[in-house]
Write a protein that binds this ligand. Structure first.
Ligand code: G3P
Ligand code: CA
Length: 278
């Protein structure tokens, strides 16, 4: 039995058994992974926000998606090559006229903003993960989450399986979610088996990766499934009808409305004649 994301929420979810997750904050409307995007997600009543975390040169967890700063700032160089003070000089809002001058947030600043207001999925980016179990990005993140009293409202995810194992070693009660990357698993390995091996609590994958067999496997093993990143209502409705436990969207307002309007799931009935073994 995993840990469904809606159980980490500070409030009753809009749809029973389902989590509206603002992907990189409300990133369709604000610069992604900024405090503005997170305030937007809170205003839009999302139950959780997803953020990406890397380390600055001086070892501070900072909230940014790409290892290179070009996409977010128009500048050059890698996040890991700048100190926090240097990163703070760049304009992380430059793509949005109304957000010019927005600075890169630290994980600490994000936790200060979100504690008591919105649950967080902290995605530890592979570029910051190392072999060492202690003293790395995972321990820094876990400590910060505890210092802000958010341990019951945070899930850690990563494409790098080492990060998930490190989190569980550091804090066995931390919630973790596998971000599926087919380079790390055999084709024959099912999501539930992967989750069990990594001692994780949920399985997250892309909207084009999920299929009926994986869904059935996760349902049978009570592994929650969360899907990224979905911005169109038709796909949202299809996934909700499949029974996913959460969707990451850059448009959490649209997702919330769609989730509220979607019909309740039919309880699993007795097997039909055609599906019975002969
Ligand atoms: O955590 C879900 C999703 O954000 C993973 O992919 O590249 O958007 O970080 P990416
Ligand atoms: Ca992410």
């Amino acid at each position: 039995m995993g840990r469904p994301f809606h159980t980490l929420s500070y409030k009753k979810p809009a749809r029973e058994g389902f989590a509206v997750i603002a992907h990189r904050g409300a990133s369709a409307y604000f610069p992604e992974n900024t405090l503005l995007a997170l305030e937007g997600a809170i205003d839009m009543d999302a139950e959780m926000a997803e953020i990406d975390v890397l380390l600055s040169r001086d070892g501070v967890p900072v909230v940014v998606h790409n290892e290179h700063i070009r996409r977010a700032t128009g500048g050059s160089g890698r996040v890991a090559h700048y100190t926090l003070a240097e990163l703070k000089h760049f304009d992380f809002g430059y793509q949005f006229k109304a957000a010019r001058g927005e600075r890169i947030p630290t994980l600490e600043e994000v936790l200060e903003l979100c504690a008591g207001r919105i649950a967080l999925n902290i995605e530890i980016k592979p570029g910051a993960v190392q072999d060492m179990v202690l003293g790395g990005i995972e321990e820094l993140c876990v400590d910060l989450v505890y210092r802000h009293g958010m341990e019951e409202h945070v899930v850690f995810s990563s494409f790098d399986p080492r990060a998930l194992l490190h989190c569980k070693i550091i804090d066995p009660s931390a919630a973790t979610a596998v971000l599926y990357d087919d380079r790390f698993y055999l084709r024959t390995q099912t999501p539930a088996a992967i989750v069990e091996h990594l001692r994780a609590d949920a399985f997250n994958c892309g909207k084009d990766e999920i299929h009926a067999k994986w869904m059935a496997d996760c349902t049978a093993h009570e592994v929650p499934v969360n899907i990224y990143a979905v911005d169109d209502e038709k796909t949202m409705r299809r996934l909700i009808a499949m029974g996913v436990g959460g969707i990451f969207s850059n448009r959490p307002d649209v997702l919330r409305k769609t989730a509220l309007a979607a019909p309740p799931l039919k309880p699993p009935g007795p097997p039909s004649l055609s599906s019975r073994a002969t």
